[in-house]
Ligand binder design. Structure first.
Ligand code: SF4
Length: 306
């Protein structure tokens, strides 16, 4: 990832290249799960799902080997909601760790037992995803020590018993980790010269942000559904919890964007010119090429403060 003018190269960028490796246990491994995400959640017929499914009931497409029978055709089958779901490795942890390889969804009692645990584990693994990034972003110091301690604590929680996990106040933990990530974000973005103004939790649904300078801005929790972000400068932008469904990221630069996840990218649209953080893979359904120019001039970025 070459440095560009305005990049805060004095922060520890190099470990972010190894972030994907550090997150290897936070990637779904369906071969070690019993199809929990295809049994436990309910979904309703909508643009995301082709039919209704009650909670704790196997999806009609789930095979006896706990694999999806339409995995390669999910969008064509009207199931894009499945494509954007990621358990961050919670499924295999519940199956293999919490229940020691004995997790089952074959009878109501067994299903109820895993159903009480899976949503909690899903929250823990997502927090681990972000805390691992926070550690990679920071130089050695007290704040990095806090991030490490929070990650270690959260990791230990994933080894709790089913009863302990069911009783865990995951919402409180999310608040505490969210506060820590906010402080990490401030530190990391503070070195961006003349950073764009924050739009935290802003309602930007369908907004025209083509070519916008959002370098170093906080877009945490922002509603960006269907927003036009083509060519936008999102370097070092904090995208924690931002809703990017159907947002157009064609040609946008998300190099070094903070707290971005695979599901957020998968829910958005991009193209071959979209630049991503080094640790995240390009969604398979994005086109690899770039659209032909429309003739509209791309707005100039603000001049950098010297
Ligand atoms: S369509 Fe496939 S991925 Fe989606 S819930 Fe059903 S079995 Fe799971």
């Amino acid at each position: 990832m070459p440095a560009r003018p305005g990049d805060p190269v004095d922060l520890v960028l190099a470990p972010r290249d190894g972030l994907a490796l550090a997150r290897r246990d936070l990637t779904a491994d369906c071969s070690r799960c019993v199809g929990l995400c295809c049994v436990l959640p309910a979904f309703a017929a909508s643009a995301d799902f082709a039919f209704d499914k009650p909670a704790d009931t196997p999806c009609r497409h789930l095979q006896t080997d706990a694999r999806c029978g339409v995995h390669d055709q999910l969008r064509d089958r009207g199931m894009p909601g499945c494509v954007v779901f990621d358990c961050f490795g919670a499924g295999q942890r519940v199956t293999q760790v919490t229940f020691g390889g004995a997790a089952r969804t074959t009878d109501p009692a067994s299903t109820a037992a895993v159903s009480a645990v899976f949503p909690v584990m899903r929250q823990l693994t997502e927090l681990l995803w972000h805390l691992t990034e926070a550690e990679a972003l920071l130089p050695a110091g007290p704040l990095r020590g806090e991030a490490t301690a929070a990650r270690d604590h959260t990791e230990r929680l994933t080894h709790c018993t089913p009863a302990e996990l069911s009783a865990l106040d995951a919402a409180q933990l999310r608040r505490e980790v969210g506060d820590l990530l906010g402080r990490v974000s401030e530190v990391v973005r503070s070195v961006v010269p003349d950073r764009a103004r924050d739009r935290r939790s802003a309602d930007l649904m369908g907004a025209s942000l083509r070519g916008a300078d959002l370098h170093g801005a906080s877009l945490r929790g922002a509603q960006l559904i269907g927003a036009d972000l083509r060519g936008a400068d999102l370097r070092r932008a904090d995208l924690l919890g931002a809703d990017l469904r159907a947002a157009d990221l064609g040609g946008a630069d998300l190099t070094g964007a903070l707290f971005l996840t695979g599901p957020q990218l998968t829910a958005a649209r991009g193209d071959g010119a979209t630049r991503l953080p080094a640790s995240l893979a390009r969604p398979a359904h994005w086109p690899t090429g770039t659209p032909a120019p429309t003739g509209r001039a791309r707005p100039a970025r603000r001049p950098r403060r010297r």
